[in-house]
Design a protein around this ligand. Structure first.
Ligand SMILES: [Fe+2]
Length: 181
Protein backbone atom coordinates (compact mmCIF):
# COMPACT_ATOMS: atom_id res chain seq x y z
CA UNK A 1 0.00 0.00 0.00
CA UNK A 2 1.26 3.49 -0.81
CA UNK A 3 1.53 5.78 2.17
CA UNK A 4 1.74 9.55 2.36
CA UNK A 5 4.94 10.45 4.25
CA UNK A 6 2.75 11.91 6.97
CA UNK A 7 0.68 8.83 7.66
CA UNK A 8 0.58 5.07 7.36
CA UNK A 9 -2.68 3.28 6.55
CA UNK A 10 -3.57 -0.36 6.98
CA UNK A 11 -6.49 -2.58 7.89
CA UNK A 12 -7.22 -4.69 10.98
CA UNK A 13 -9.02 -8.02 10.21
CA UNK A 14 -12.82 -7.59 10.68
CA UNK A 15 -13.16 -10.31 13.34
CA UNK A 16 -10.52 -8.58 15.49
CA UNK A 17 -12.23 -5.20 15.09
CA UNK A 18 -15.55 -6.68 16.20
CA UNK A 19 -14.04 -8.51 19.19
CA UNK A 20 -12.05 -5.49 20.38
CA UNK A 21 -15.08 -3.21 20.05
CA UNK A 22 -17.28 -5.58 22.08
CA UNK A 23 -14.63 -5.77 24.80
CA UNK A 24 -14.05 -2.00 24.90
CA UNK A 25 -17.76 -1.22 25.27
CA UNK A 26 -17.74 -3.02 28.63
CA UNK A 27 -15.28 -0.54 30.21
CA UNK A 28 -16.32 2.44 32.36
CA UNK A 29 -16.79 5.64 30.36
CA UNK A 30 -15.97 9.25 31.31
CA UNK A 31 -15.76 12.69 29.68
CA UNK A 32 -12.38 13.15 27.99
CA UNK A 33 -9.90 15.60 29.51
CA UNK A 34 -6.79 17.22 28.06
CA UNK A 35 -3.13 18.00 28.74
CA UNK A 36 -0.39 15.63 29.77
CA UNK A 37 -1.81 15.04 33.25
CA UNK A 38 -5.37 14.90 31.95
CA UNK A 39 -6.85 17.41 34.37
CA UNK A 40 -8.24 20.00 31.95
CA UNK A 41 -11.85 19.75 30.83
CA UNK A 42 -12.92 22.09 28.01
CA UNK A 43 -15.89 20.90 26.01
CA UNK A 44 -15.47 23.72 23.49
CA UNK A 45 -12.16 22.17 22.51
CA UNK A 46 -12.79 18.50 23.15
CA UNK A 47 -16.10 16.78 23.75
CA UNK A 48 -15.76 13.00 23.72
CA UNK A 49 -16.56 10.06 25.94
CA UNK A 50 -13.55 7.82 26.60
CA UNK A 51 -12.54 4.62 28.36
CA UNK A 52 -8.99 3.57 29.16
CA UNK A 53 -8.34 -0.08 28.36
CA UNK A 54 -5.83 -2.10 30.36
CA UNK A 55 -2.32 -1.49 29.00
CA UNK A 56 -1.58 -5.07 28.00
CA UNK A 57 -4.83 -5.61 26.09
CA UNK A 58 -4.17 -7.72 22.97
CA UNK A 59 -5.52 -4.98 20.68
CA UNK A 60 -2.90 -2.53 22.02
CA UNK A 61 -0.16 -5.01 21.16
CA UNK A 62 -1.71 -5.37 17.70
CA UNK A 63 -1.67 -1.58 17.26
CA UNK A 64 1.95 -1.47 18.44
CA UNK A 65 2.91 -3.89 15.66
CA UNK A 66 1.29 -1.62 13.06
CA UNK A 67 3.20 1.33 14.49
CA UNK A 68 6.50 -0.55 14.17
CA UNK A 69 5.72 -1.17 10.50
CA UNK A 70 4.68 2.46 10.02
CA UNK A 71 7.91 3.73 11.57
CA UNK A 72 9.88 1.66 9.08
CA UNK A 73 7.75 2.08 5.94
CA UNK A 74 7.31 5.85 6.33
CA UNK A 75 11.01 6.23 7.25
CA UNK A 76 10.26 8.27 10.38
CA UNK A 77 13.05 6.45 12.22
CA UNK A 78 11.75 7.24 15.70
CA UNK A 79 13.32 5.52 18.68
CA UNK A 80 10.28 3.67 20.08
CA UNK A 81 10.18 1.95 23.41
CA UNK A 82 6.74 1.56 24.88
CA UNK A 83 3.08 2.42 24.44
CA UNK A 84 0.32 3.82 26.60
CA UNK A 85 -3.06 2.19 27.27
CA UNK A 86 -5.54 2.12 24.39
CA UNK A 87 -8.13 4.88 24.69
CA UNK A 88 -11.57 3.89 23.44
CA UNK A 89 -13.60 6.93 22.31
CA UNK A 90 -17.25 7.44 21.43
CA UNK A 91 -18.33 10.63 19.62
CA UNK A 92 -22.08 11.23 19.61
CA UNK A 93 -24.06 14.07 18.05
CA UNK A 94 -22.14 17.42 18.07
CA UNK A 95 -19.16 15.84 19.82
CA UNK A 96 -15.71 16.63 18.39
CA UNK A 97 -12.03 17.14 19.13
CA UNK A 98 -10.61 20.41 17.79
CA UNK A 99 -7.12 20.87 16.25
CA UNK A 100 -4.38 19.65 18.60
CA UNK A 101 -1.19 17.62 18.76
CA UNK A 102 -0.62 14.62 21.05
CA UNK A 103 2.95 15.75 21.83
CA UNK A 104 3.70 17.74 25.01
CA UNK A 105 7.10 19.52 24.72
CA UNK A 106 6.86 20.88 28.29
CA UNK A 107 5.81 17.62 29.94
CA UNK A 108 9.02 17.27 31.97
CA UNK A 109 8.72 13.52 31.54
CA UNK A 110 11.62 11.31 30.50
CA UNK A 111 9.82 10.16 27.35
CA UNK A 112 8.00 11.79 24.43
CA UNK A 113 5.00 10.58 22.50
CA UNK A 114 6.32 9.77 19.01
CA UNK A 115 3.53 8.09 17.04
CA UNK A 116 -0.26 8.19 17.39
CA UNK A 117 -2.28 5.28 16.05
CA UNK A 118 -6.06 5.34 15.52
CA UNK A 119 -8.47 2.58 14.45
CA UNK A 120 -12.07 3.25 13.46
CA UNK A 121 -14.18 0.53 15.11
CA UNK A 122 -17.57 1.05 13.47
CA UNK A 123 -18.85 1.63 9.96
CA UNK A 124 -18.88 5.21 8.59
CA UNK A 125 -22.49 4.59 7.49
CA UNK A 126 -23.40 4.65 11.22
CA UNK A 127 -22.55 8.36 11.57
CA UNK A 128 -22.46 11.63 9.65
CA UNK A 129 -19.61 14.11 10.08
CA UNK A 130 -16.77 12.99 12.37
CA UNK A 131 -14.05 13.14 9.69
CA UNK A 132 -10.51 12.63 10.89
CA UNK A 133 -8.13 15.27 9.49
CA UNK A 134 -4.42 16.01 9.72
CA UNK A 135 -2.84 19.31 8.65
CA UNK A 136 0.64 20.18 7.56
CA UNK A 137 0.39 23.20 5.22
CA UNK A 138 -2.63 21.51 3.58
CA UNK A 139 -5.35 19.56 5.37
CA UNK A 140 -5.67 15.84 4.66
CA UNK A 141 -8.83 13.85 5.33
CA UNK A 142 -8.06 10.28 6.36
CA UNK A 143 -10.04 7.72 4.31
CA UNK A 144 -11.37 5.78 7.29
CA UNK A 145 -13.47 2.63 6.93
CA UNK A 146 -14.37 0.20 9.69
CA UNK A 147 -11.08 -1.38 10.81
CA UNK A 148 -8.84 1.15 9.04
CA UNK A 149 -5.76 1.85 11.08
CA UNK A 150 -3.86 5.10 10.65
CA UNK A 151 -0.54 5.95 12.28
CA UNK A 152 1.12 9.39 12.15
CA UNK A 153 3.76 11.40 14.03
CA UNK A 154 2.21 12.73 17.27
CA UNK A 155 3.72 16.18 16.58
CA UNK A 156 1.26 16.73 13.69
CA UNK A 157 -1.94 18.67 14.26
CA UNK A 158 -5.13 16.65 13.83
CA UNK A 159 -8.82 16.82 14.69
CA UNK A 160 -12.15 15.01 14.62
CA UNK A 161 -14.79 17.32 13.09
CA UNK A 162 -18.19 17.48 14.83
CA UNK A 163 -20.56 14.55 14.48
CA UNK A 164 -23.80 15.56 12.77
CA UNK A 165 -25.69 12.40 13.70
CA UNK A 166 -25.05 8.83 14.84
CA UNK A 167 -22.16 7.46 16.89
CA UNK A 168 -18.47 7.23 15.91
CA UNK A 169 -16.33 4.70 17.80
CA UNK A 170 -12.54 4.58 17.65
CA UNK A 171 -9.47 3.30 19.47
CA UNK A 172 -6.38 5.50 19.86
CA UNK A 173 -2.97 4.67 21.28
CA UNK A 174 0.31 6.57 21.72
CA UNK A 175 3.73 5.03 21.26
CA UNK A 176 6.60 6.71 23.05
CA UNK A 177 10.35 6.66 23.32
CA UNK A 178 13.24 8.63 24.88
CA UNK A 179 12.86 12.43 24.75
CA UNK A 180 13.65 14.20 21.49
CA UNK A 181 17.17 15.67 21.55
FE1 LIG B 1 -4.99 13.46 19.29
Amino acid sequence: MAHLPLWYISQVPPDQVLKAHEEFKAYDKKAASMDIDGNTLDKEHRDTTVSFINKDHWFGLQMFNFVSLANRECKWGYHLEDHEAVQYAEYGSKQHYNWHTDFFPLSGKDYDRKITVVCLLNDPSEFEGGDFEIRMRSTFKAPLEKGTIIAFPSILEHRVVPIISGLRCSATMWVNGPRFR
